[in-house]
Write a protein that binds this ligand. Structure first.
Ligand SMILES: [Zn+2]
Length: 341
């Protein structure tokens, strides 16, 4: 014979532990241990699902090479390379990192061919003078290393933007003008690409990276706080202990089971302590009475689900009783009994 037992209270501000009926609730709490664990996973899954929703919808919009293979995709000859935009945004930084390790392709000592029409050819010294310049032996053309890696949207008509990134520059006769023209002024595409490259290599100084790092770190700490609060709530529910204290102010000597247990957890686990004390916003501490109630109702939903599943289509009896406790809160006890074989 199995008995499932639950109490409800009309006074939602009460800690749910008062009233005559809760003295017997130990049986339920024990049989609910497995359900508590199960519900913990479900709540965590729900949190993760909500966070990943945006990302997954974003992924559908973006196409490109999704797996980066350095042996295939890192090509020395700039005329034969796959453009960075053709890689999926998630792996573009890996591709850039691989190219930066390799450096620009400068084939010193190559026998640069002569243009049959005007007898001009690429001058090897240009490779030394311009650190960004690359030469493609296959295409007999010049390319820009920075503009290839960090191609910027042109703010205005910029000389040789496509020539140095896509098609290759071959106008050797006017190169003494063409190369400085490609570099351009302080805000030119080339110089912005160069700045992006310097920032990328020195990512600690990059504002964008700092923001990104901050949010990843904050998200991890948020998850740690939710998990700690869930663990504590799970324990208190299983033991049928009250959550709240009479005085929960900072100066209180006893702030109630929930907050005291979080403090206890913080002292013993450095990760939990950092999550609550560093980078913790004032509005997402996961400690407020509302959050405690949300966590409890998540546990309750999961426990109810398991009980319903266990009852299935078996015969069962229901016994309901109601009484008032000392704080004049109505307590209703529901007992479901059924035979399991
Ligand atoms: Zn450039």
């Amino acid at each position: 014979m199995k008995s499932f037992y639950a109490t409800t209270s009309r006074n939602s501000g009460s800690d749910g532990n008062s009233g005559p009926s809760t003295h017997e609730s130990g049986n339920v709490a024990q049989s609910g241990e497995q359900e508590v664990l199960h519900s913990l996973e479900t709540v965590q899954e729900t949190v993760q699902y909500a966070e990943n929703e945006d990302q997954s919808s974003h992924q559908l919009d973006v196409e490109g090479i999704r797996v980066f293979n350095p042996d295939v995709h890192v090509v020395s000859d700039p005329g034969l390379r796959v453009a960075i935009e053709q890689f999926h945004p998630n792996i573009r930084d890996d591709v850039r990192r691989a190219y930066l390790v390799k450096g620009p392709t400068k084939p010193f000592g190559h026998n640069f061919p002569q243009n049959p029409t005007n007898k001009r050819m690429f001058v090897e010294n240009w490779l030394t003078v311009n650190d960004w310049l690359e030469y493609s032996i296959k295409e007999d053309a010049a390319y820009c290393f920075y503009c290839f890696l960090f191609k910027q949207q042109p703010l205005e008509q910029h000389f040789g933007h496509d020539a140095f990134t896509k098609v290759g520059y071959r106008n050797w006769k006017n190169a003494y003008q063409g190369l400085p023209q490609h570099v351009g002024g302080a805000n030119s595409c080339h110089n912005r690409a160069r700045t992006a490259c310097v920032d990328f290599q020195n990512r600690r100084a990059s504002v964008e990276h700092k923001v990104e790092n901050w949010s990843v770190d904050a998200e991890r700490k948020y998850e740690t706080r939710v998990t700690a609060s869930l663990d504590v709530a799970g324990y208190l529910i299983a033991q049928a202990h009250a959550f709240r204290g009479h005085d929960e102010s900072d100066s209180s000597l006893n702030r109630g089971n929930f907050l005291e247990m979080i403090e206890w957890h913080k002292k013993r686990n450095d990760e939990v302590r950092l999550a609550f004390e560093e980078l913790c916003p004032l509005n997402a501490q996961m400690l407020s009475p509302d959050i405690q109630k949300d966590l409890c109702s998540a546990f309750a939903r999961e426990v109810k689900k398991v009980i319903k599943k266990e009852i299935g289509d078996k015969l069962f009896s229901v016994l309901i009783d109601e009484s008032r406790d000392i704080s004049i809160a109505e307590q209703m006890a529901v007992i479901v009994r059924l035979v399991t074989i």
